[in-house]
Design a binder for this molecule. Structure first.
Ligand SMILES: *Cc1c(COP(=O)(O)O)cnc(C)c1O
Length: 360
């Protein structure tokens, strides 16, 4: 029998949310941090127009898309690489910069895909404690070992939803050895852009990558478009391991159209924030604690793993799918996407019922 390489065979498959409803059909999901709004109206027309050339391979250099991203964020087009989702970029960064003798380091409750990406490249995955479920620059610096090769930081974090200020990200960079690659994953950056100055300029120093995505605030998760600003030397290496023609012409067209409607994206962020903070207040009244979130989800603290399991089961039986957080070392928590109003209200109601039922 053919066997996979040892480190791959030893890996657990990356667990996406289990979206199966109790009747076998997928339940409406609050488990994947997808946008509750469709993509902006302009994307529909753009995608249809792009079909005219769909017999041809897409632009492998994402020329128009990166020029638009560059203009939007005041960065150099040449510093941008696009991925089939930012997941592809994370995977390729790990492939090129992590490995045996080049360990990866991340906060204790980091995005679980960082671990998968590190393991797939045979890198040890180290974690640093967080304080109050927030990444800590000092703890990360303290956890650096002689063989640390890269540091992954999602800011805002997933599943925590918390963030550290730009000044702390810069302080972290200053404290790291120059040969360590710092990957700042800003998948939820758009939800927090009004709070702080951007950090895209950090890429210029040569050892930091800033990642973003069209999957969350732009509502294009199904199109798979991520991007980042990369130092020249890092971009050259990552391109070698990226699939050529990785972002379909249709998806590039959709992303360009989404960028043309900045107002729609910002409206999405404002709607998410209002709905999120309202849900957090309702949950607080039920006695369920959530940390303040700077993203399109809330992390519910159910206090014990047993209660989290019991709540999850009750929610699922009522048609609401939340995401358990064992993979992020938070087995007592559930993550709830700020999804469509009906689904969100249903989830909150189900939690209220569950609390009533679980009272002695
Ligand atoms: C959703 C998410 C991603 C993945 O985004 P894609 O662009 O859809 O691949 C990356 N990082 C974090 C922290 C996320 O939450």
């Amino acid at each position: 029998m053919t066997r996979a390489r040892k480190h791959v065979a030893a890996m657990a498959p990356y667990a996406l949310a289990d979206l199966g409803g109790t009747d076998g059909r997928p339940a409406p999901s609050l488990a994947q941090n997808e946008s509750f709004r469709p993509p902006c109206p302009g994307t529909f027309e753009a995608v249809v127009a792009a079909m005219a050339d769909a017999a041809l391979y897409p632009d492998p250099d994402w020329t128009e898309l990166r020029s638009m991203i560059a203009t939007r964020h005041g960065v150099e087009p040449d510093s941008i690489l696009c991925g089939s989702g930012s997941l592809e970029l994370i995977g390729c960064l790990a492939r090129a910069f992590a490995g045996p003798n080049r360990a990866a380091l991340a906060p204790a409750h980091a995005y679980p895909y960082f671990r998968s990406a590190a393991q797939a490249s045979e890198a040890r995955f180290d974690t640093a404690p967080e304080s109050d479920r927030t990444a800590s620059a000092d703890a990360l610096l303290e956890a650096v070992r002689p063989d640390t090769g890269c540091v992954f930081l999602a800011n805002p974090g997933n599943p925590t939803g918390t963030r550290i200020p730009a000044a702390e990200v810069r302080r972290l960079r200053r404290g790291l050895r120059e040969d360590i690659l710092l990957v700042v994953d800003e998948a939820y950056g758009e939800f927090a852009d009004h709070l702080d100055a951007p950090v895209f300029d950090m890429a210029a120093a040569g050892n930091t990558v800033i990642l973003r995505t069209f999957s969350k605030a732009y509502g294009l998760a199904g199109c798979r478009v991520g991007w980042g600003t990369f130092p020249k030397g890092i971009a050259v290496e990552v391109r070698k391991v990226l699939n050529p023609g990785n972002v379909s012409a249709i998806s590039q067209a959709a992303a360009r159209a989404a960028l043309r409607d900045d107002a729609y994206m910002r409206e999405t962020c404002a709607l998410v924030a209002a709905r999120r903070d309202q849900a957090a207040r309702k949950l607080a009244m039920l006695g369920i604690r959530c940390h303040s979130s700077f993203a399109n989800f809330l992390l519910l603290d159910l206090e014990t793993q047993e209660r989290a399991r019991s709540a999850e089961t009750r929610l699922r039986s009522g048609g609401a799918v939340l995401r358990a957080q064992g993979a992020a070392a938070l087995p007592h928590c559930l993550r709830m996407t700020i999804g469509p109003e009906r689904e969100l209200d249903n989830a909150v109601c189900l939690l209220e019922t569950w609390i009533g039922e679980s009272m002695p």
